[in-house]
Ligand binder design. Sequence first.
Ligand SMILES: *Cc1c(COP(=O)(O)O)cnc(C)c1O
Length: 493
Amino acid sequence: MGKVLYKSTRSDGNSFEASEAILKGISEDGGLFVPVVFPKLGVSLEEIFKLNYKELALNILGTFFTDFSEEELKYCIDKAYNDKFDSELFAPLIKKGEDFFLELYHGPTLAFKDMALSILPYLIKVASKKNEINKDIVILTATSGDTGKAALEGFAKVPGTKIIVFYPSKGVSEIQKRQMVTQEGENTLVIGIDGSFDDAQSGVKNIFNDKKMLEKLDAKGYIFSSANSINIGRLIPQIVYYFYSYKQLLDMGEIELGEKINFTVPTGNFGNILAGFYAKKLGLPIDKFICASNVNNVLFDFINSGTYNKRRELIVTNSPSMDILLSSNLERFLYDISDSNSDILKGYMNSLADEGIYTVNASMLNKMKDFYGGFASEEETIEAIAKVYKSYNYVMDTHTAVAYKVYDSYRKKVSDTNKNVILSTASPFKFPSSVAKAIDNTIEGDDFQKVKELSLLLNLDIPRNIKDLDKKPIIHNKTCSRSQMSIFVEQFL
Ligand SMILES: *Cc1c(COP(=O)(O)O)cnc(C)c1O
């Protein structure tokens, strides 16, 4: 198999080994790392669907991370996918009526971010050794609620690393916040910022591009990396479960080998759905991607018009992990449909930074036909949870419910007989207020009480990692404004 090198979406200059791209997180020019030449699978589809989750992971990761040895990848995969997950399948596919839910929330923090963030720390560790880095690695992360805890869980107490998480103080659920602020480990720092996820994310990107700051840290013996989905080391592990859900459909006798299926993905930063697009490029038989947004529906507008316009107010919703106006990973998709044209990309991204808007050219718009965009309001989200609960006695979280609602509208509007998989991205226990409102609005109390009531009502065990969350001491109570972010980073280091 050929070597896969990585380059920036915004220039045709240097290329890097996978391990270097993973360590850097983001390119120095602000672009994201993409394969110089998109790789091909080494085995046939028929063979790949015989594999279990970990074997599949080895195959896909091996296809992209060609400077890692098989032993190194096996080590990372074993460390990541084990009994930290409460399902032996890691990503079970559940059929309810005609709907298929790919449950991606069986990891330690109850959201799909665990699928990739449980392996990223080990990929970074191995990459660091491989590149003979003798500095401490500082993971700098912005979170819309779920990435933060999943990254903290992965990096806490890992020797040679420090992790700093910025979250929007008023933009995450009570459970999400409590998961983060109770985080133990000397090497962790969690800070709430007065602002949105977009503010946190652009603040982090600015620190990454602040040459003076980087020099100072370098002198102190630190280098930065990222746990956000801008890091290619996080994106690639997410391709695995697209293949794995197809395999499960085959095993269930629901489809024939080669039959095309659709995926509906609740989308914020465009990371999860982009992993699906990469799966399709690798040859997985996918027809349509149904891209589901909440009322922060920049992507809906973009898919329908070709104009990306972030000039609007961010609205805090009951699906907070999707309250995003700047979908970072869209840049990788644009790069692809521009036929790898860095000049075009640079133009759009400059226009986005300066004016908050860009419009793609006609040929690119034409290549977006496989994507269907829809969105759901908060009320529709609650109604969807209620409807599915009544029909199937099955409970979705708010993000999954956004996807369900958008798919439900799609199938009423478009005649399409493909099987569809809904990516179920969080446990309903992570958003107990909204879930209680949908299925039994007599449930009272704070989020922790609601978790207990829901567990009784639904006859489901409370996931072990949030069971005694309300009794844990709060360790992190710092907040700051966007402009103070770099000061806090310097202080901590
Ligand atoms: C992060 C997240 C999303 C959005 O995923 P992206 O990769 O940002 O598009 C959806 N649902 C949940 C629960 C999440 O945590």
